[in-house]
Design a binder for this molecule. Structure first.
Ligand code: SAM
Length: 170
């Protein structure tokens, strides 16, 4: 089964189940907020049902989600968010953003293609935030045109840590 097929099957239960685990994107990004401060245009890639869009909407004036799984995207739209149906690997053709995030989603993408697309969609000086499960830490090495700002390992929910990264587009 592909990852997208897996998320298609999980879509109707996703929100309820991650709440039981105690997964909360706000908590993952909280230690980075003093460095991020305010942003104008935020793009959340693999936004799922919109939980991570809610987290970035607290500091971005405008936010847009990217989500290829229709049942996930519709739930995010029901919360009032704009959601584009496309894959993370394709975001390079979107307009410029000064903040791009991947919460629990980069793990499922082609990191080489995503890094290249992020280089195109982020304005110079723009910030990129992503989380990675420890076994996918190698994905971070593909983001070569970016300056590391901060990284830390955080408990995402019981039994699962994520590495969290904040990078700046040079
Ligand atoms: C674990 S969920 C995280 C959802 C959301 N970011 C959150 O924090 O609740 C991973 C999401 O990534 C999406 N995804 C998987 N592969 C993707 C790809 N290639 N491009 C864009 N999104 C993808 C899935 O459909 C799913 O909605």
């Amino acid at each position: 089964m592909s990852w997208l097929e897996y998320f298609r099957k999980w879509a109707s239960k996703y929100e309820r189940e991650v709440e039981v685990y105690g997964y909360d994107p706000h908590r993952l990004i909280a230690p980075f907020l003093p460095l991020i401060r305010k942003r104008e245009r935020g793009l959340d890639v693999g936004c799922g049902t919109g939980k991570s869009l809610e987290a970035i909407a607290k500091f971005c004036d405008r936010v847009v989600g990217v989500e290829p799984v229709e049942k996930m995207a519709r739930q995010a739209e029901a919360k009032g968010f704009e959601v584009l149906r496309m894959r993370g690997e394709e975001i390079g053709r979107l307009g410029r953003f000064d903040f791009v995030s991947f919460f629990a989603s980069l793990d499922y993408m082609d990191p080489e293609r995503v890094a290249e697309a992020c280089g195109r969609v982020l304005a110079p000086g723009g910030l990129l935030f992503f989380t990675l499960e420890p076994e996918h830490l190698g994905h971070a090495e593909h983001f070569r045109g970016f300056e590391p700002v901060k990284r830390l390992r955080k408990r995402a929910y019981e039994g699962q840590d994520y590495w969290c990264f904040l990078l700046k587009k040079c």
